[in-house]
Design a protein around this ligand. Structure first.
Ligand code: PGA
Length: 261
């Protein structure tokens, strides 16, 4: 219960930390940066590449730090060369899985329908899905943000029961604001809050007020220590999905501290 109200700082390392010296350096810096960090009001979720998950779980032992992956397949086992089973993520010590990220949609052909299957498979494996939804720059310009988010919400969460919905974390991530897409500005706190209210209303409509008050809604897109106050805290978000800045443990800690307050 209380756990569900903790703020979440989810590190999406994407396809980085590829050389062992980079991994060791990151880990060493993370240990130092988090030495005195109290994680009673928040949780740091580290999502490295799947092949690194068990190494992270083994090496990082700090209360309040948990783990996840950046994708999973919609089947739990079988002849699916190259895919990652949600069951494996769970059995290696993962707790979360990021699903529906815009990079997966853009480069790997993921659709709301395939994301829906993945959410169901993740839930079946007792993982908590972190569902990313958000509009592209083009959609924003043509004023389709609310339409796109409503459609993604309804289709990605089709046939998800009330009890299962409580396990899901929603992340508003405007595609144009992701650092890899070189944004020239970020949404201000009012814009983020407006989408948060829409998402909350959608949860309320399908699952009722109790669930709507429980489900955490995060923001993602170029979050770092210097802007977390504006895009997350002032906007009343329950946490952040952090890409680029998660590679800098001291900046990650700055984000966590801001979320804590
Ligand atoms: P960013 O990435 O923080 O580097 O913008 C966030 C994400 O894509 O999840």
């Amino acid at each position: 219960m209380i756990d569900n109200r903790k703020k979440l700082a989810i590190a999406n390392f994407k396809m980085t930390l590829n050389m062992s010296f980079e991994i060791e350096k990151w880990m060493e810096t993370f240990q130092k940066a988090t030495e005195r960090l109290e994680l009673d009001k928040s949780e740091i979720v580290l999502c490295p590449q799947s092949a690194l998950l068990s190494y992270f779980v083994e090496k990082i032992n700090k209360s309040g730090v948990t783990f996840g992956t950046q994708n999973c397949f919609w089947e739990s086992k079988g002849a699916f060369t190259g895919e990652n089973s949600p069951v494996l993520t769970k059995s290696l010590g993962g707790k979360y899985v990021i699903l529906g990220h815009s990079e997966r949609r853009a480069y790997f052909g993921e659709t709301n329908e395939s994301i829906n299957l993945k959410i169901k498979a993740a839930l079946k494996a007792s993982l908590k899905p972190v569902l990313c939804i958000g509009e592209s720059g083009k959609e924003k310009k043509s004023d389709e943000t609310m339409y796109v988010i409503t459609k993604q919400f309804n289709e990605c969460l089709a046939e998800i029961s009330l009890a299962k919905m409580e396990e899901i974390i929603l992340c508003y991530e405007p595609v144009w604001a992701i650092s890899a897409n070189n944004p020239d500005h970020l949404p201000d706190s009012n814009e983020v809050m407006e989408v948060k209210l829409l998402i909350k209303k959608l949860v309320m409509k399908s699952y009722g007020e109790r669930v709507a008050n429980k489900v955490r809604i995060l923001y993602g897109g170029s979050v770092k220590g210097d802007n977390v106050e504006e895009v997350c805290v002032s906007a009343g978000m329950d946490g952040a999905l952090i890409g680029g800045a998660s590679l800098l443990p001291y900046d990650l800690v700055k984000v966590v501290k801001a979320l804590n307050n």
